[in-house]
Design a protein around this ligand. Structure first.
Ligand SMILES: Cc1cc2nc3c(=O)[nH]c(=O)nc-3n(C[C@H](O)[C@H](O)[C@H](O)COP(=O)(O)OP(=O)(O)OC[C@H]3O[C@@H](n4cnc5c(N)ncnc54)[C@H](O)[C@@H]3O)c2cc1C
Length: 418
């Protein structure tokens, strides 16, 4: 078993030439059968395994990952965590996630670099101020906290912004002071290590290629490392969900799109937290190393490729130039793309079924990183109890048939507007 991290373990390893560290998790070979198989070694799959073991005592669990853990969106996102939602189906879930973030490092015994630096959604019109005031009130009612800022307050916090843009003048902002960022890789590694310590098998380089069925029920998976039986099979594969459910003849209310992100060379501390410029489809924060981390809209067509295209690069950088023209003098270090699972109402699915033995966790759109703790917690509950917890009660798959959609922005079935 991996060692517990502590001040004492740091000192003793410093004195013995760093020879006492053990691997953070085992490289487990697959067993023929498990009580629960989780497909997808991103944050959501690993968190689900951890909470299954910790909260429900279900430890005979495998997490199957086709590459290395965190090689999907968990390791490609811009690390923003927040719970600034409006609708009752969403807000309590994301606020529960925020509470789990606030205790995560102690819980996992791992430094996930959770940094509550605040998020500001910029306001550019009176109508937008009304909408944000309404959302801020809903956040306060849910205990998430919010502050409506006037233009002068935003100017004091972020003097480098272009306040007098003729098209989008900055008239204020909606702030959630408890929001911020967390180190995405560390979240993956922290959950993996904690799940492994409770007996979960983390199996990398193991791609699920099909399902084993028995009288309609899902009873296992075919993988590149052989067949594995599972009492329950849970999918947490984000943008690859519809590729897998195709093997089960299930058509999902999802579109897979590439979402790109960018990081600049390092600067001295400049950006106080996270700033979003919704009207220009641009957002920015600053990493602990000093790089500006930013992104914008999804690519314009459906794709399963984890790489982006040039028109969106141009579009994002135009948004950045409109908001903070000095960004044009920065050098870009890297850009990358991830495969996001855009649902038709912009809200997630955490549900039992629709086939016996199958459990679904998907539809995270642009924003599943912040959901990681609550998603794993609720999915574990749903798998263990065969029913939803109150926090994910609205995230049903059949809402798209019944009409109980959770359209946070009221924009309809249009992924690029969610
Ligand atoms: C550029 C970008 C920026 C983002 N920024 C933010 C942000 O700031 N804040 C926020 O909250 N969210 C953000 N997101 C969204 C967020 O990253 C995702 O919603 C979240 O990470 C999804 O986590 P996951 O564990 O479900 O998926 P993933 O991390 O993608 O995990 C799924 C895993 O399944 C594996 N897999 C797929 N198919 C198979 C198979 N057949 N067999 C076995 N394994 C398989 C994949 O390799 C992958 O590792 C961003 C996303 C991107 C791409």
């Amino acid at each position: 078993m991996s060692a517990r991290y502590s001040f004492l373990s740091l000192i003793s390893n410093a004195l013995n030439g760093q020879t006492g560290w053990r691997p953070a998790w085992r490289n487990a070979p697959p067993k023929p059968a498990y009580d629960v198989i989780i497909v997808g070694g991103g944050g959501h799959g690993l968190a689900t395994a951890y909470y299954l073991a910790k909260e429900h005592g279900i430890r005979n669990v495998a997490v199957l990952e086709k590459g290395h853990i965190g090689s999907g969106n968990a390791g490609r996102n811009t690390t923003i965590i927040r719970s600034n939602y409006l609708l009752p189906g969403n807000e309590p879930f994301y606020e529960w996630s925020m509470k789990l973030w606030e205790g995560l490092e102690q819980d996992l015994n791992y430094n996930a670099m959770v940094s509550q630096r605040g998020i500001i959604n910029l306001i550019h019109s009176d109508a937008q101020r009304d909408a944000y005031a309404r959302r801020g009130n809903a956040m306060r009612l849910a205990g998430a906290g919010s502050e409506l800022l006037d233009a002068e307050t935003v100017r004091k916090m972020c003097p480098f912004l272009n306040f007098d843009n003729a098209r989008f003048p900055i008239k204020g902002g909606l702030m959630q002071p408890r929001a911020g960022t967390a180190r995405h890789d560390a979240v993956v590694w922290g959950y993996a290590r904690a799940a492994d310590r409770l007996g979960v098998d983390i199996i990398q380089n193991c791609e699920v290629t099909g399902f084993i069925r028995d009288k309609g029920a899902v009873v296992g998976v075919e993988t590149t490392r052989g067949a594995i039986r599972g009492g329950k099979v849970a999918l947490a594969v984000a943008g690859s969900t519809s590729r897998l459910t195709r093997h089960l003849d299930l058509r999902m209310p999802l579109e897979s799109h590439v979402l790109q992100a960018f990081v600049s060379e390092g600067l001295k501390p400049l950006i106080p937290g996270v700033i979003t410029f919704g009207m220009g489809h641009f957002y920015v924060s600053q990493s602990d190393k000093g790089g500006l981390v930013f992104g914008g809209d999804i690519d314009g067509y459906n794709s399963y490729a984890q790489r982006g295209n040039m028109p969106v690069v141009e579009d994002v950088l135009e948004g950045g130039m409109a908001l903070m023209p000095m960004i044009g003098r920065l050098r870009l270090l890297r850009s990358w793309g991830g495969l996001v699972d855009m649902s038709m109402d912009g809200s997630p699915i955490i549900d039992v079924g629709p086939l016996p033995g199958l459990y679904l966790n998907t539809g995270w759109n642009y924003g599943g990183f912040k959901a990681t703790p609550a998603s794993g917690w609720c999915f574990a509950y749903t798998i263990a109890q065969d029913r939803a917890h109150d926090f994910n009660a609205a995230f049903r798959l059949d809402r798209f048939r019944s009409g109980h959609i959770i359209d946070e922005k009221g924009v309809g079935a249009q992924p690029n507007l969610h």
